[in-house]
Design a protein around this ligand. Sequence first.
Ligand code: ACO
Length: 325
Amino acid sequence: MKQEIGIRLLGTGSCVPSQVVTNADMEGIVETSDEWIRTRTGIEQRHIADGETNLALTKTAAERAMAMAGIDPKEIGVVICATMTGETMVPSLACLLQRECGLSEHVFAFDMSAACTGFLYALHTARALLCAVPEKKYALVTGSELLSRITDFSDRNTCVLFGDGAGAAVLELDENTAYYFDGGAKGDDQVLYCPRNYTLPNPFSHADAEPKQQKVSMEGRAVYTFAVQALTGSILRTAEQAGGLPDKYICHQANARIIQTAAKQLKEPMEKFFMNIEHCGNTSAASIPIALDECVRSGGIQRGETVMLSGFGGGLAYGTAFFTF
Ligand code: ACO
């Protein structure tokens, strides 16, 4: 099998909570302003769950993707859910999705935790599994977050940025097109951090178990600098493999200024970059598949065009995939 065998996205889907929280609503809970949020980030509103679960959003996004693909859910051979805010540590969101979506029991189902790069790592892994196990025909890859579960709504440095949502894609291998990937990680628990909250006492341990609040903290400027370097560098390395830049880009929606700065460094027009940050905010692993679905459904990308999906964020991790839509 050719090393760079392509992928074909057969269907995409997304689902966001119905509740819209505007910048004006944010002004009511922390000292901020619509003007500050808009000019620093490009965000105007975000969706925040009001009872919806990560599983419910992911299920709807997955069903929409499978409906667009026109395949029987039983034909899905691999399901990977990129998330860091799943319902439970066990079972995984992917196993719950197997049940909820009526997938075959012969499915490889597991979660992937790589924060905002999660969907890219999941897509790349799903493609590798389809290559390695030819009897698996289709993969379902989702990215979903309920960031409101780990957001400190008294911290204006972070709470104005995040939103909830889910996106999904169904893919198969395509021998007639090519695929290239660049990805990596640079372990760092200083600039972007969210602890796990293990509170059960261990009677056999003498170490102090200090309960930590499970909330995201971030040094915005340091992450911004990493993000611009990671995005531009990863796109250029992928373009080198592919022999050129793509027709369209769908990048992680963390801050409109990060994408604008990367576009300038790449000398690429902003029209090639699909953006939806104004109405979704930063939804971490969900951001790329939600933007991808909106782009596909609005005709923002046509069959035969080349696309780069590019993610960066917590980890610190990054990844870029190049393929033909
Ligand atoms: N409203 C008003 N003022 C604010 C707010 C707010 N919501 N938040 C911070 N400020 C203040 C700061 O306190 C600071 O005030 P000071 O100068 O008096 O100290 C001032 O605004 C400037 O703060 P900066 O952090 O320098 O602002 P910056 O222009 O860098 O924008 C931002 C901050 C939007 C967070 C930006 O740094 C950013 O986008 N960083 C990258 C975030 C990212 O990409 N995250 C991805 C991963 S997220 C994940 O993995 C879940």
